[in-house]
Design a binder for this molecule. Structure first.
Ligand code: ZN
Length: 351
């Protein structure tokens, strides 16, 4: 049987695919070429990251590097638009599942999945050579790290967050506008509530991602200093309809990051090796301990239920569910006690 699919997209196919976007005068043919040449990082591929990646991939951003430390679970499917039930059954890493899903609807762009936790020791390797960073994370620790890296290297980045029915986003243009640390010198108290405690509406996620993705398109197609690029902290609540916009046009005098250039988060000061990670789970950040999944699968068989694929090894021993990654990182569910998590890790992997 003859396949109707063509192997490589021709220029006319590319023009046809993006024709409705090229017709939009803010983009045009020149803007579309800039999108194709752009290299963008999406840090975190949960709800916001999925929506951002989906929009930018369909819009034809040429290279997307998707960095995520986690794997797909059934409770993600309510809002994480790039994943399906089979991804959850297989516990696929989100970065891998996202890359596969995107390849199915746009094979003409490059997706670089990275199953890693963005930390001070790998941020240079993971973000080097990219022109724009988008925030799909769920925590201020990683956002401050991105902010320090972006300010230090004069890279634009876009902060996005959603929890409950609330969303907030900020464009950071180092040297021009306020950075994240100008606006939030410390983790804002109101934002410590998380999706785990306050729940989340998928519509709040999609709205914040739509706004942030549009800002990304403007920055790429029109330039970061184009007048249409927003210079405010924009927030809204899709349930109560409250919304607010405060100016972020200027850096704050004496800002630790963009004023004093004291990049404490890049230095990784006081960064713990074990952290709480979502509801009832603990992450162990081992990095120099490659795990042989086949060997470990055999070794753990007598102790509980064990299953692995190329990307993760899962091990159930009531009441714990342990997920190991090839670089030695682990997420241990069923406890918030870091000592218990460390002891389980030591017992099954090593000290
Ligand atoms: Zn600042």
């Amino acid at each position: 049987m003859t396949s109707l699919a063509r192997e490589t997209p021709k220029q006319s196919d590319i023009e046809e695919r993006y024709s409705r976007q090229i017709l939009f005068r803010g983009i045009g043919a020149e803007g579309q070429r800039k999108l194709a040449a752009a290299r963008v990082a999406i840090v975190g591929c949960g709800a916001t990251g999925s929506a951002l990646a989906g929009l930018l991939a369909r819009a034809g951003v040429g290279t997307l590097r998707i960095i995520d430390r986690d794997y797909v679970e059934p409770s993600n499917l309510q809002r994480q638009s790039l994943f399906d039930e089979q991804d959850a059954v297989e516990s696929l890493p989100k970065a891998i599942a996202a890359a596969r899903k995107i390849a199915a609807f746009n094979s003409g762009i490059v997706i670089e999945p990275k199953v890693e936790d963005l930390v001070p020791t790998n941020i240079e390797a993971l973000l080097h050579g990219l022109g724009l960073i988008l925030d799909g994370t769920d925590n201020f620790e990683t956002r401050y790290l991105i902010n320090d890296y972006a300010v230090k290297n004069s890279l634009p980045w876009i902060y996005s967050a959603a929890v409950g029915s609330y969303g907030v986003t900020l464009n950071v243009l180092p040297g021009k506008t306020a950075c994240l640390a100008c606006i939030f010198p410390d983790s804002p108290r109101g934002m410590v509530e998380t999706c785990e405690t306050s729940g989340i509406l998928n519509s709040a996620v999609n709205l914040v991602a739509s706004i942030a993705a549009t800002e990304a398109l403007k920055m790429i197609a029109r330039g970061v200093h184009a007048p249409e690029v927003r210079r405010t902290l924009l927030s809204f609540d899709v349930w109560t309809n409250e919304h607010a916009e405060i100016s972020a046009a200027n850096p704050r005098a004496g800002c630790r990051a963009c004023g004093e250039r004291d990049f404490i988060h890049l230095a990784g000061e006081g960064r713990p090796h074990i952290t709480l990670c979502g509801r009832n789970s603990v992450q162990i950040h081992e990095r120099q301990r490659p795990i042989d999944f086949a060997e470990m699968d055999q070794r753990l068989q007598p102790h509980g239920t064990v299953r692995h694929n190329a990307f993760v090894l899962k091990f159930w021993q009531e009441p714990y569910e342990m997920t190991f990654f090839p670089d030695g990182r682990a997420i241990i569910k069923g406890t918030t006690d870091t000592a218990v998590a460390r002891s389980l890790y030591t017992r099954y992997v090593g000290s």
